[in-house]
Ligand binder design. Sequence first.
Ligand SMILES: [Fe+2]
Length: 519
Amino acid sequence: MDVSRRTLIVGGTSAIVGAGVGAGVGAGVTGLVSTERTGPVLWQRGDRSGAPRVGGLHLQYGADASTEVVVSWHTASAVCNPRILFGTPDDGLGQSAAAETVSYRDAASNTEVLVHHARLAHLAPDTDYVYAAVHDGASPELGTARTAPRGRSALRFTSFGDQSTPTLDALVASAFGSDNRGSPAAGDVTTAVERARPLFNLVNGDLCYANLSSDRIRTWSDWFENSSRSARHRPWMPAAGNHENELGNGPIGYGAYQAYFALPDSGSDPELRGLWYGFTAGSVRVISLSNDDICYQDGGNSYVRGYSGGAQKRWLEVELERTRRNGDIDWIVVCMHQTAVSTGNRTNGADLGIREDWLPLFDRFGVDLIVCGHEHHYERSHPIRGVLPTDTLTPATVDTHPTQIDTSKGTVHLVIGGGGTSIPSNKMFFPQPRCRVLTSVGGVDPATGQRIPNYIEEPAAWSAFRDPVNPYGFVAFDVDPGKPGGMTTMAATYYAVHGPFGEVTPVDRFTLTRPRRGG
Ligand SMILES: [Fe+2]
């Protein structure tokens, strides 16, 4: 019998499909059963019921990171019985928690994405857990989670922003070019962060640039496929950046971001859910802000300055006052996107809105550390408190020691925006530290559809360290609670990231100190 190899493969596939995989998978395989193909045919086996796979598995902390973790994943179609099986490594997956499903419909593609969030509460502090995320018919995806210690304990966290998605771009062929601002470094940074094994990672906004992409859904999916390698083991806690603002998605453009992440409840109106929040890990209170609310720059798909009507600022004041009154908290760390300080030239610059609305509160309540992005490089300020007598509210430097900083005297700002984009700005620093402050916007530029920014340039005496060499990297922070009556410290290292194996080079090391409170 003269039967070609191709016929055998096609016939075999058809037989398997017909034998009982089911209509859902059979329909998908039909396209593969083609006499046009010349090579071996890959038979894509669906889950047994044709259920969608568990995609983009990731974690978030609840408001109390020592007892609450949310496990999240997304699908492109409805699923039954989404749930988490979990337990400790010794006891196995003996417990379960049902997931709540939320959805958004992307206005650009009219595609609905369903996101499943399972909240694990009443966990034991400082404890490892194992879990499986699953819905009916799907193969489970596995992950691990560690709760934060309760009270004053050592812990490590990391931070960077402006990641985008791993992309080879035109190196492959012009036909495979990307419009989502990605680079291979976006994958390398994930690998490097995972090697550092932090308790959690802060993502300082502009996660994937879906709002610039012709395919928003794919861009979000690509970002989660990349970040899930780390974020299924440790929460990547985000701040919303201007590129999370997507025209038509949700009441003010953050509908995708708000669906993908289940973040601690700040008591905001439901339509503003998750845009600002706080959580506690050990003696650290992390506060995540949404700076599009107060920035002058028109940087998203729509201009939303003032969207909360002052609600975010009112919340921040109460949050900071309550946190500084709490004797169990030593450190206040703010994660946000746009910056109050930058020595980049021809970049976004610093935004006067942050200096007007946030910095007086940071001063009043003694915020220790700001991590932000928006500028695609690394730089660090001296501790700053108060302002010089300028129209731009230039931050006043309170100390200039290069590496030992008492943050009870002033707040240190870090710009950590080298998360992986194809447009780094480490070659765009002013030769001597100067700052372009975006002070207002004018009429709409017909070329961009965005309001034209107005800048004032000024000296930047607050500038402590800049990295003009390395485009990509992240910062690791090691909190040492210290002894009663003494100082607590936070040792920080900015690591440049090189290559696909997450190789790192320490570039900037410094130590934050402050008197330990309470016992
Ligand atoms: Fe940005």
